[in-house]
Ligand binder design. Structure first.
Ligand SMILES: [Zn+2]
Length: 110
């Protein structure tokens, strides 16, 4: 198991299994649903963020993907605020289980 996966799982347990951004319960990394757990680098790797425990939290795939499809990704704290704000308005994901995925969320980031 790579360090990133180890840190992700440690963060997952530290966070009580909840997404660092939206706070919903995350599924196994191998799950196909949008709430599967992923490792999120607080400081992106392209900005010099390292694969160390302090820089890695567990976030659901949806939040992780959406953050990085933005041309100018918000800071983790600003993005968390943004996600919570959208959630409060019922405008982040569909609580019935389906996910309203915007077009920009399916485009890959490079
Ligand atoms: Zn999330």
């Amino acid at each position: 198991m790579s360090n990133v996966k180890k840190f992700r799982d440690e963060a997952f347990h530290r966070q009580g299994g909840l997404c660092w951004y939206c706070g919903r319960r995350m599924a196994a990394a191998s799950d196909k649903r949008s709430n599967r757990r992923t490792a999120e680098h607080l400081l992106a790797q392209c900005d010099g963020g390292e694969d160390v425990a302090e820089n890695i939290v567990a976030a659901c795939w949806l939040c992780n993907t959406r953050r990085h499809t933005s041309k100018t990704p918000l800071s983790p704290q600003a993005y968390q605020d943004y996600v919570r704000h959208r959630l409060a308005r019922g405008n982040w994901f569909n609580p019935k289980g389906g996910v309203a995925v915007g077009r920009d969320a399916t485009r890959g980031s490079s």
